[in-house]
Design a protein around this ligand. Structure first.
Ligand code: HEC
Ligand code: HEC
Length: 421
């Protein structure tokens, strides 16, 4: 509280000294009240950390104007086109709900800044006031790269890829409104329905209901501990530490925690994004390797599927589906739903985005990897290597949706000569 009063004190002193000019009046009457209130600025609609409108404000009207002007955020001859107004007026065309939520704050900020800038730009004394020293400029502490990264829509993109792309592992029980979900809610309570209709609603729910994500110790998040069965879970063990589901959930939680704790300080702290990374699509297509050999029992097995491209008579370069799970010798099977893969912006990705992702029928190749040493269980970021390869097999597929339409390949058909697709 103390720093707050000191700040206010400084403002009062300046305002007494220069209360005569029009710009200062607007600044005191319309801009200062916004920044003295506890309400967050409209920037939080999209920026989780790294920037706030308050970062640009100095204690006097004059200094604030000079600071914005020197950073190129003011258009002296067309103040209504100033970059600072553009930042305030940023709208998310895809997210009308969020726009509405912040509309009032944004309109108040925009109107106040527009009027104040107009008054400043009319005043030759201010227009020509000397430049501020670089150290005097009021601006966010974080560089633009970090500000751009720490955004809700960027976080949602990763959520769609990681958690939404793996949702089939949880949705039977957790998707709000499904038959199974309704029964579980009756028994356990509403919190079972944490998976909502869309990725955006689910992400918002997980973030708001603080108990599911532990931003200080991401690996201790309930969202991970429950499916690992490290704490009691009504759904049993759904993750192995190091399987694709765990990896994807954990990576998103780690990223979110770093963002909200404002831990990215420099551009070099940001994770490198790989433009070749395939987009993931959750599916209800089941795949089974029947009768796996005893040594694979309870080991993590990963299948990667490639499609035969009949036009060019070769296997496609990148896999079209992937999945992993523990093998069971007792139940004579490894089986799971497939996560479908497509290059970003490819026709296939666009088609799967529009409707339910499906696989075309025809000739496929399955490659299997088994983590026999348990490496992925101790290092969650470890991936399958050549030494984990246990064989591959071709098969004709007639894909059908759902558990009843499971596509089955005998594990005994896997042969160990690795022919690269
Ligand atoms: C509706 C969403 C949205 C709102 C609200 C929003 N921004 Fe942004 N902001 C973005 C996007 C998207 C980018 C990235 C633009 C790019 O990469 O070209 C961005 C980037 C920035 C940058 C980095 C520099 C740049 O131009 O790319 C700054 C600084 C910034 N915003 C400041 C603000 C401030 C200050 C506010 C509040 C007054 C604000 N933003 C409100 C979406 C928003
Ligand atoms: C076969 C049904 C089933 C599946 C599949 C399932 N769960 Fe659950 N889960 C439950 C039930 C029942 C509860 C409520 C009892 C409890 O808290 O353990 C629950 C509770 C939870 C909770 C606690 C929610 C809260 O707010 O208290 C989390 C987190 C959770 N599950 C995560 C997952 C994740 C992640 C997956 C997928 C990887 C998953 N579950 C798959 C049945 C399931």
């Amino acid at each position: 509280m103390l720093t707050r009063w000191i700040c206010l004190g400084a403002w009062l002193v300046t305002s007494v000294a220069t209360a005569d000019d029009a710009a200062t009046k607007v600044f005191e009457q319309r801009i200062q009240p916004i920044f003295q209130s506890d309400k967050p600025s409209s920037c939080v609609q999209c920026h989780l950390a790294g920037v706030d409108l308050k970062n640009y404000i100095k204690s006097s009207s004059d200094d604030t104007f000079r600071s914005l002007r020197d950073q190129g955020l003011v258009s002296l001859d067309k103040p209504e086109q100033s970059k600072i107004l553009k930042l305030i007026n940023m709208n998310d065309t895809d997210n009308a709900g969020a726009n509405l939520l912040h509309a009032k704050t944004r309109e108040a900020e925009a109107a106040a800044f527009a009027e104040w800038l107009k008054a400043c730009c009319r005043d030759p004394r201010l227009r020509n006031a000397p430049k501020l020293a670089a150290a005097e400029l009021a601006k966010p502490a974080r560089p633009n790269e970090v500000i751009r990264y720490d955004r809700t829509d960027r976080l949602l993109e990763l959520f769609e890829q990681n958690i939404w792309g793996q949702r089939h592992r949880c949705m039977v029980c957790h998707a709000e409104g499904s038959e199974q979900n309704r029964k579980l809610v009756e028994k356990n309570g509403e919190q079972v329905s944490w998976m909502k209709k869309s990725a955006a609603e689910t992400m918002t729910y997980l973030i708001r209901s603080k108990h599911l994500i532990d931003i200080e110790n991401p690996e201790k998040s309930l969202l991970l501990l429950k499916p690992l069965k490290e704490v009691d879970h009504g759904g049993g063990k759904k993750f192995l530490k190091g399987d694709l589901g765990y990896k994807d959930f954990r990576a998103w939680i780690e990223d979110y925690a770093k963002v909200v704790c404002d831990e990215h300080t420099m551009a070099s702290d940001l994770p490198k994004s790989d433009p070749r990374q395939l987009k993931q699509f959750s599916s209800e297509i089941w795949f089974k390797l029947a009768n796996p050999p005893q040594p694979w029992d309870e080991k993590l097995l990963q299948v990667t599927l490639y499609r035969w491209d009949d036009r060019v008579k070769k296997w496609e370069d990148t896999p079209i589906a992937i999945s992993d799970r523990q093998t069971s010798f007792k139940f004579k099977a490894w089986q799971h739903t497939l996560t479908l893969l497509a290059a970003p912006a490819s026709d296939r990705a666009k088609e799967w985005q529009r409707g339910e992702p499906r696989l075309p029928n025809g000739k496929f190749l399955v490659k299997a990897h088994v983590d026999r040493s348990g490496r992925t269980l101790t290092d969650w970021q470890a991936t399958m290597r050549d030494e984990d390869f246990v064989g591959q097999a071709e098969f004709e597929a007639n894909w059908r949706r759902g558990y009843g339409g499971m596509m089955v390949v005998e594990a005994g058909k896997l042969t160990a000569q690795p022919s690269r697709p």
